[in-house]
Design a protein around this ligand. Structure first.
Ligand SMILES: [Zn+2]
Length: 260
């Protein structure tokens, strides 16, 4: 009896030991194959902030998904961020700046512009950037200058501010502060009669750029027609926007409706 009992105890111990070895081995294999996922699985209570970029995979945890939906944004929110008179640069927006062509701009937009410029040049069209990323301080300076100009013709300061808002965005409300906007070939209202504008009208969407303030959308964008101002939204969005004839405000609203 004693022998049988000790044999059984030994068997149980052996099985338990084997099981432990298997579990440990499984965890080790997991950590070798996918260290990030394994680390995440063992640190789910971590509250460190999560920063997304356009190239990040879609967030997978319920916690992150809730945060995203509550701010009304999809995984592609960064490319479609709407910054206008009513919507300041959102707090979740993370700048991703690089130096290119003598200015600072979004790194993805810079790569796309580089390709676009190369192709334009092959078609004997010159594209150059006159303004890209602007800091909040610079935007403030530009806005104050515009208000100053309008005080010469407007009867009150409040009217000067209101008038200035139609041509220069208030600090915090300019998409130049995202690094995704480019003013091309100088700020000139007759830019739309140049070969460069005609080339952009045909090809900008193939590189992810849209004409941000079209002539027939001033009521919605609340910005006067600007033939020189282009915005990077990614190739897929730019092609869809071009095809639909919508402006960014309309397109982004439609996208958000689809997501919900
Ligand atoms: Zn601009």
């Amino acid at each position: 009896m004693d022998n049988q009992k000790s044999n059984r105890t030994a068997s149980i111990a052996a099985v338990a030991f084997f099981a432990c070895v298997c579990i440990a081995g499984y965890i080790w294999i997991l950590s070798v194959i996918c260290p990030a996922e394994t680390a995440a699985a063992f640190h789910q209570s971590s509250s460190s902030p999560v920063v997304f970029s356009a190239s990040s995979p879609a967030p997978s945890t319920a916690k992150v998904l809730k945060t995203e939906i509550s701010s009304g944004q999809s995984a592609h929110a960064r490319e479609l961020v709407v910054v206008n008179q009513d919507n300041p640069v959102p707090s979740w927006y993370a700048l991703n700046l690089t130096d290119a062509f003598g200015v600072k701009m979004d790194a993805e937009a810079a790569a796309a512009f580089t390709e676009m410029r190369t192709q334009a040049s092959k078609d004997e069209v010159t594209l150059w950037i006159s303004s890209a990323y602007r800091s909040n301080e610079l935007q403030n300076k530009l806005f104050q200058q515009e208000v100053e100009n309008f005080t010469k013709t407007c009867p009150t300061y409040a009217e000067a501010v209101a008038s200035a808002e139609h041509s220069v965005a208030k600090p915090g409300y300019s998409e130049h502060e995202t690094g995704l906007a480019l003013d091309l070939n100088g700020v000139r209202s007759d830019f739309d009669s140049t070969p460069a504008f005609r080339w952009l009208s045909l090809h900008a969407q193939d590189y992810g750029f849209i004409l941000r303030y079209p002539k027939n959308k001033e009521e919605i964008t609340k910005i006067e027609y600007e033939p020189w101002h282009y915005r990077y939204v990614g190739i897929e969005n730019a092609k869809a926007i071009k095809k639909s004839g919508l402006c960014l405000e309309e397109y982004a609203a439609q996208k958000t409706d689809t997501i919900h």
